[in-house]
Design a protein around this ligand. Structure first.
Ligand code: 5FU
Length: 274
């Protein structure tokens, strides 16, 4: 199964450009760390990214959090992605009808499809959400993750909902490159496709080394639990790396990014050696 292959071996099996580029970047930088940069000010956003850039394969954004957003910020983000060799994932969590999500993805203030290699969607509307988003993203070489599970206490994305998400992904393998989930989805939702042939990426939020959760339902697991025990591919870390994000102490943020990169990589090496 895919989880025992190296990232480099898996890169060769993928034809979606975003999935292939992500796997190649992970291998090149020896990093399965994605930093989620959830800060409200443009200057903090760029400072955190410039600091963690060398240690990540992927930067995750919530661009609608930024209160002083201007289009030139995207140019700065693109420059940093080239300087530090990482991809960009706008965590937009689309959840509407196909026609609406196509507009939300391509247009508005943020024009997400223009700059975000990867984005994600809730499967709740059914397969039409994939059709809508792929009409915009596929011609641009983008990739989509479906939210098959969430990290929060009391999440409703479990059981048959998760299984249906996996079935939806299998039916759209050109554009759906994987899942936001807490474990590998191999064998979830009966299928004709063998789990050797299928190779969805699993990106996992809710990762922290010093805390088990926050006061608003977030739950944290360690990189070892996520990558070694649960077979996930990318760890997504936010506050574990930059705390509250204002008055960023560059040295602390840098040290934390390197710490999570190393933990994630050691867990992966342990997994492929198993
Ligand atoms: F889909 C999900 C999920 O199930 N849990 C999450 O935490 C997404 N997230 C995102 O990951 C959330 O929106 C934050 O941007 C990030 C986690 O941030 P933290 O500071 O590491 O808790």
């Amino acid at each position: 199964p895919a989880y025992s292959l190296t990232y480099a071996q898996r890169a060769e099996r993928h034809s979606n450009p975003a999935a292939k580029a992500l796997l190649e970047t992970i291998e090149r930088k020896k990093s399965n760390l994605c930093v989620s940069v959830d800060v409200a000010k443009r200057a903090d956003f760029l400072r955190v990214i410039d600091t963690v850039g060398p240690y990540v394969c992927l930067i995750k954004t919530h661009v609608d959090i930024i209160e002083d957003f201007e289009p030139a910020l995207i140019e700065r983000l693109n420059e940093l992605s080239i300087k530090h060799d990482f991809l960009i994932f706008e965590d937009r969590k689309f959840a509407d009808i196909g026609n609406t999500v196509a507009l939300q993805y391509s247009s508005g203030v943020h024009k997400i499809a223009q700059w975000s290699h990867i984005t994600n969607a809730h499967p709740v509307p059914g397969p039409s959400i994939i059709v809508g988003l792929s009409s915009v993203g596929l011609p641009l070489g983008r990739g989509l993750l479906l939210l098959a599970e969430m990290s929060t206490k009391g999440s409703l994305a479990t059981g048959s909902y998760t299984e249906e998400a996996v079935r939806m992904a299998r039916a759209h393998r050109d554009f759906v490159i994987g899942f936001i989930a807490q474990r590998r989805m191999d064998g979830v939702g009966a299928s004709d496709v063998s789990s050797d042939e299928e190779d969805f990426l699993v990106l996992t939020p809710g990762v922290g080394l010093d805390s088990r959760g926050d006061s608003m339902g977030q739950q944290y697991r360690t990189p070892d639990e996520v990558v070694f025990e649960s077979g996930c591919d990318v760890i997504i870390v936010g506050r574990g790396i930059y705390g509250k994000g204002n008055d960023v102490d560059t040295q602390t943020v840098q040290a934390q990014a390197e710490r999570y990169r190393k933990e994630g990589w050691v867990a992966y090496e342990k997994r492929i050696a198993r």
